[in-house]
Design a protein around this ligand. Structure first.
Ligand code: K1U
Ligand code: ZN
Length: 168
């Protein structure tokens, strides 16, 4: 297993649209293991393949306190959602140190493949629903700051440039 580099906003590769996984094989299972290790090391509660510069539809999430309940979504699709929406604070490993409110569907039903390539459906609400929608946005090339005002986006780009200068 390996800890992978996470792309930082405003890296243009974060806006690449991910392709569906054709076959869930050992290559994909290794990618999932590496993504999980990367998410745990960061630390974060979710990670999309886009963030590690792999443009395939793979998401990992772990919301457990013990960090022992990995959820894997391959080729996820939201097949139903509530009319109700909810505001929640979001963060992103690709935009370190920035947290802001985003409006999402309050409840979703997602269909995806598991690590055996088998389809499953899951109803999600609360933080899990938020996290799935945030990670699915990554697969579509969208970063959560794109929901914020142009002024906030510009300030965030400035903060990220400053961070880059500090580590260079
Ligand atoms: O996609 C990502 O960059 C991961 C992101 C997921 C997420 C968090 C909050 C709302 C929506 C999506 C993160 O994991 S940011 C870090 C974070 O939330 C966290 C880190 C350590 C402990 C607990 C939370
Ligand atoms: Zn993110």
């Amino acid at each position: 297993m390996a800890v992978l580099d996470i792309l930082r906003y405003p890296d243009t590769r974060l806006h690449t649209v991910a392709k569906p996984v054709k076959q869930v094989d050992e290559r994909v299972r290794t990618l999932v293991a590496d993504m999980a290790q990367t998410m745990y090391a960061a630390p974060g509660i979710g990670l999309a393949a886009t963030q590690v510069d792999v443009h395939e539809q793979v998401i990992v999430i772990d919301l457990s306190d013990a960090r022992d309940h990995l959820q894997v979504f391959i080729n996820p699709v939201i097949i139903a959602h509530s009319d109700e929406r909810a505001d929640g604070e979001e963060g992103c490993l690709s935009v370190p140190g920035i947290y802001d409110e985003v409006e999402r569907f309050a409840r979703i039903t997602v269909r995806a493949l598991n690590l055996d390539g088998q389809p499953f459906e899951l109803e999600a609400s609360g933080l899990l629903a938020v996290c799935i929608q945030h990670e699915m946005d990554h697969l579509k090339g969208k970063v959560f700051v794109q929901y914020l005002s142009r002024l906030k986006q510009s300030r965030i780009r400035g903060k990220m440039a400053k961070l880059d200068r500090q580590v260079a």
